[in-house]
Design a protein around this ligand. Sequence first.
Ligand code: XIL
Length: 378
Amino acid sequence: MTTTTTLKSFLGRGQHLGTAVMPEPLIQDKSYGELICSEFDTVCVEHHLKWQPLLLQGRGEHVYDFTMADLVVDWAQSKGLQVKGHTLVWHVTSPDIILKDKSPQQLREAIRRHIFTTCGHFNGRVKSWDVVNEALAPDGSFAETLFTSRIPAMELIEDAFKWARAADPNAELIYNDNKVECVHAEKSMKMFSMLESLKRAHVPIDGVGLQAHFDAAGTGLKRPATPGSLRDQIRRLATLGLRVNVSEMDVRIAKLDNLDEATRVQAQCDIYYKATAACYREPAFEGMTFWGFTDKHTWCDQFYWKDTPLLFDRDYNKKPAYFAIQDALKSVRDNAEKVKDDNEWTGSWVPQSPIASSQSEKRAKVGEALPDWQLEAQ
Ligand code: XIL
C-alpha cells in the first residue's frame, strides 16, 4: 500500500495547518472532505459563523440558526480536526438593518449578546476565535463603520475581547486583519500600537491573524510581504506576548497577464514557499490557514476576478503550489539551510513598481470602511 505523505505530516510540535471550509461542497462532494482530512489538522468556517449568516433570516436579532455552522463544526470534530472560529465582530457581515437604528448603548448590548450567544453555543468545540476582524482601514486608522459611528473603536475592541473571554474562557482570542503582513507598512505599525495599548490595559488578546490575501501582481502597498518582512512582523508581535497565525492565505496570479503560465506558476510557488518557510521557523508562529484549498471553491472568483490562487486545481489535483508548501514545511522540519533572508522579491515574475501610485494607493490614505479587498476589486 503506498503511503502518501500529506502536508500535515511535516508539521512540528504545536504547529497547525488549515483551510477555510464551506458547508455546501462538504455535503455535495466526497473528495472535498476527504482531502481536508488527509492534508490539514484545522478548519475555519469560511462564512457561516459570522453574525448575519447565523441569524434566521427575517426573524430579527434574537433567533439564531446554527444549522450550517454546526454541520461544519460537528463534521470537523468527528474527524478530529480543530476549529478556528471566524468571526464575532466584523462590520462587513453584521445585520446592518437591525443594528443601524440602535443607540450606542443598545448597540453595545446587541454585540455583547451576540458574542455570548455564539461563544456559548460552540463552547468547547472552537479552539480559537477571531474576535474582531478588520477594524483598521488601509492607512491604519480605525475603519469608519456602523459600529464606530456610535462606539469608540478601542472601547468596542476592548469590550469584545473581554466578553469573548467571559463567554469561552478556554478559547484563544485573536485580532485578525489584512495588509498587515509587512512589518514596515503604515497599517502594520498602527496595528502594533493598537495591540500594545490593549495588552498594556490587560485586554485578553492571545494572538494575531495576518490574512495574507496576496496578489503576485501587486505593487507598492499591495506587493506580497517578503519573507524577511513577514518574519520581522511575527517577531515584533511576539514581543507583546502574542501568538501569530496566517489566517486566510491565497496567492492570486491572474493579473500577471503579461507573463506566460509557467512564470505565473513560478510566482505563486515562490510566494507560497518563502512565506511558509519564513513563518514556520518562528517560535511565535502557530500555523497557516489557506482561504480554501481548491480553485474550484475560491472566494476570489466572486470578490476579485477569476483566478487560481490555491493548492489544488478545480479537479482536486495537486498543483505546483502544493509541492511548494510541502517543500517549505520539509525544509523547516529538517532545519535545512535557511532561505536567503531576502527583503525583496527576485525573479522574472516580479512586477516593477508603478511610477505614479495607483488609484487604490491614493485611496488607502482615507480611513475607508470598505475592507481592502473591496477597494482592490474596484
Ligand atoms: C469572505 C468569504 O470567503 C466569502 O465566502 C463571503 O461571502 C465573504 O467573506 N476577509 C475575511 C473573510 O476576513 O471573512 C472574507 O471571507 C474574505 C476577506
